[in-house]
Design a protein around this ligand. Structure first.
Ligand code: SAM
Length: 228
């Protein structure tokens, strides 16, 4: 049986090679195919959703935020622009290098943003808010509790996390997709039951404050905010 370490090596290698090429385009502004454009729009909804929650609170300036699995910085960069102090990390060196370049070309100062290539499970320190968007899709169910428990141990006040919800309709859609063989476009994708995620969060003394569902035809992401 494959161990978690193998899983992580696969994810890291994917996001340092074909996955990097694919996702930096999806998370960009250049031309992409229809499916990728749909995913880009869905993902942007998630990013905008988080930004609007945090802006609503009115205390972004100086707020310390850990963006775990930050990808190319789609959320980290606008948060840094709004004055938050950002610690962005990702297991892929290529994604982090891209995040750094994008930040450098769009931020006036890099003084409040730090990008590091690191497995989120080895992160340490304390942050007011820990955010982890669309990373759980790389985590099998049996590894989710450890991962969320670790993220919560870094959070002084709040965790914001998104995941592909496991619903009957989506499971069927995934099954249908698997019936059509073709070149694998991604690593294995794991969906998660919302009730399971909430149970893990609540077992850490956090409670759900705001929630949202962001979706397009090919993108589904449940977003939860939990506070201590
Ligand atoms: N959170 C970003 C966003 O929403 O724009 C990126 C989402 S992308 C689908 C998933 C990212 O998670 C990839 O950049 C991947 O390298 C990263 N990732 C996967 N497993 C990770 C881990 N154990 N530690 C840190 N990053 C990880």
């Amino acid at each position: 049986m494959k161990s978690r370490t193998d899983d992580k090596i696969i994810v890291r290698e994917y996001f340092n090679s074909t996955g990097f090429e694919r996702w930096q385009r999806i998370y960009g502004e250049g031309q992409v195919n229809k499916v990728q454009l749909d995913i880009r729009k869905g993902h942007q909804q998630t990013v905008d959703n988080v930004l609007s929650w945090l802006q609503e609170d009115g205390n972004l300036s100086g707020l310390s935020i850990c963006d775990a699995g930050c990808g190319v910085g789609s959320l980290s960069i606008p948060l840094a622009k709004a004055g938050a102090v950002i610690y962005g990390s990702d297991i892929s060196e290529k994604m982090i290098a891209e995040a750094y370049q994008r930040a450098k070309s769009s931020l006036i100062s890099m003084g409040n943003v730090n990008f590091v290539a690191q497995d989120l499970e080895t992160l340490s320190g304390k942050y007011h808010t820990v955010i982890c968007l669309d990373v759980l899709i790389h985590y099998p169910q049996e590894k989710v509790a450890d991962m969320i428990n670790h993220l919560i141990s870094l959070a002084e006040s709040r965790l914001i996390i998104s995941f592909a919800p496991k619903t009957l309709a989506l499971s069927l859609l995934k099954k249908v997709g698997e019936l059509f063989p073709g070149p694998s476009k991604t690593t294995r994708a794991y969906q998660h039951r919302e009730a399971d995620i909430i149970k893990i969060i609540e077992s850490n003394g956090f409670s759900i404050q705001r929630q949202a569902m962001n979706s397009t035809s090919f993108y589904y992401s449940r977003l939860l905010e939990a506070t201590r």
